[in-house]
Ligand binder design. Structure first.
Ligand code: FAD
Length: 473
């Protein structure tokens, strides 16, 4: 078949506004490929919730592709090292003349893609990596000194200043093609390997581009304009909960930003305060993707700030377990950790509070928390998760200064003022008066069965300050 194009889907599971797919469809008939790489994903700490969502996303993609007469071929590989052979074999088998994929930015994925590009070049088959997940390819936005940005605000200013229309232009959805003589593989059974925990109830996070589009529309219609005022209150449905869909590309950042502009007189930086604040969060996402691409050491689990390498993290397995299980005795922290384990998702304010509690109050290495989050989050994304953890631990870009340590009790008073979030996740505290839910007395803990605090806030804060002060900067 002349000019058969092969599109390799990874975490871009949509047919709408997909740069690789649109470019391929302009050049010739298309076949699609997905390489299921569960052992490799597990090595990168992806847990059952995300893997299950990923596989459900592939099943939804298969349906959309089938509506375009594009067959999806699915192969299992154990490691990324097998990707070049698996793809070449398919290309040879079907006579594909070109491979297209959308670029990913963490180090392991870039190494995998470089190996695939080399293999295809050697085999004389064209290969194109497209810029899709970000408005600017890493390396396109640089400081006056020609270096990558490592601080968000100047990055965001440059992002807005240099924005030309084409960067956020939606690509045309491909039209249905003439049916090929190539059959899609039968949908594989989605059973997870024994090594995987049981995933959460799938109805919490239905997969696919239609669900993602509906959620975006509902969010912008009902909550977008209130976002700035409500985003920090975990008891309110104030944020979009679109992160799993963005992390696996069931929705593109361009679709989100175009929708903001159409509701906001064409603007992203001016106009409605809620909508512009929300757009700004999508720029944070892009910022962390650029950081992952420009500073490969973070993919090697190294802190962004080299001098924090010598920080004396504590070995405290009991403390770590208490944090994981929501038994620290600090109600907001414990409620948040229960939300994570039971929903596969946690509100952003609480990700900051819990990450700071682990890395500062318990002085436990942030990398243990980063991995725990990845194993539970349905939206687990290396760049954002690493960025958030290093921010909280004061080891990263734009990091919270080490002396700014959230007090989990005052965070609860400010951001859960009626104690509703706490009462929902810690029902044993629901009978208490609102004020007591933030930090129950010893007698109330005895009566309700709620645990004693595992550290004293003031003493733990001082211990963290001393540990950071002893570092030579
Ligand atoms: P909204 O407030 O509606 O924001 C819209 C979108 O913007 C989000 O879906 C997300 O894609 C992006 N976004 C929002 N806040 C941030 C941020 N601070 N950094 C980067 N992107 C952002 N986000 C992930 O997608 N995956 C992760 O694994 C992840 N781990 C995190 C770990 C820590 C310790 C911290 C502090 C933050 C982490 N975040 C992560 C960022 C943020 O908490 C989530 O993106 C957000 O809570 C998702 O909820 P939402 O979709 O309702 O966000």
């Amino acid at each position: 078949m002349s000019d058969l194009q092969m599109v390799w889907f990874r975490s871009d599971l949509r047919t709408l506004d997909n740069r690789a797919l649109s470019a391929a469809a302009e050049r010739g008939p298309v076949i699609a490929v997905f390489l299921t790489s569960i052992p490799q994903w597990q090595r990168h700490d992806h847990g059952a919730n995300k893997i299950d969502f990923w596989l459900r996303g592939v099943a939804a993609l298969r349906e959309h592709l089938s509506g375009l007469n594009i067959p999806l071929l699915q192969r299992r590989i154990e490691t990324y090292d097998e990707a070049p052979d698996a793809l070449l074999k398919l290309a040879h088998q079907h006579g594909a003349t070109a491979l297209h994929f959308n670029r990913e930015y963490p180090l392991n994925e870039r190494r995998r893609d470089a190996a695939v590009e080399r293999a295809f070049h050697d085999a004389g088959i064209a290969v194109t990596g497209h810029t899709d997940a970000v408005a600017y390819a890493p390396g396109e936005l640089l400081t006056g000194k020609g270096e990558p940005y490592s601080v968000f605000t100047p990055f965001a200013k440059a992002w807005h200043r240099q924005l030309e229309g084409h960067r956020l232009a939606l690509t045309h959805a491909p039209a249905p093609q003439t049916r090929l003589a190539i059959e899609a593989d039968p949908a594989p059974s989605r059973e997870l390997p024994d090594a995987c925990d049981t995933p959460l109830d799938a109805s919490r996070w239905p997969a696919g581009q239609e669900e993602a589009g509906d959620r975006l529309e509902r969010f912008l219609r009902f909550r977008g304009r209130h976002y700035r005022r409500q985003r920090d209150f975990p008891a309110l449905p104030g944020t979009s909960e679109l992160s799993p869909y963005l992390a696996l590309g069931m929705l593109s950042h361009r679709q989100c930003l175009q929708a903001v502009m159409s509701d906001n007189d064409g603007h992203l930086a001016d106009g409605d305060a809620g909508l512009t604040a929300w757009a700004n969060e999508l720029i944070w996402r892009e910022f962390y993707l650029h950081i992952a691409a420009s500073f490969p050491d973070i993919s090697r689990h190294r802190p962004f700030q080299p001098h924090t390498r010598d920080l004396a993290w504590r070995d405290d397995d009991a403390g770590f377990r208490a944090w994981c299980e929501g038994r620290t005795g600090y109600p907001l922290v414990d409620a948040a950790m229960r939300q994570l384990v039971q929903c596969g998702w946690m509100h952003n304010r609480l990700r900051m509070v819990t990450a700071m509690f682990l890395s500062k109050h318990l002085l436990i290495d942030w990398r243990r928390g980063e991995a725990f989050f990845m194993r539970h989050l349905v939206d687990g994304d290396f760049a954002s998760n690493n960025g958030g953890w290093q921010w909280a631990a004061s080891t990263g870009t734009d990091a919270a200064p080490y002396f700014r340590i959230f007090n989990p009790t005052t965070q609860a008073e400010r951001f859960d003022p009626e104690g509703r979030f706490i009462a929902h996740w810690l029902p044993e505290l629901a009978p208490l008066a609102v004020k007591s839910r933030f930090f129950p007395s010893e007698a109330q803990r005895r009566d309700t069965g709620y645990t004693l605090p595992i550290v004293d806030h003031k003493a733990a804060r001082q211990r963290a300050l001393d540990a950071f002060k002893s570092l030579s900067s």
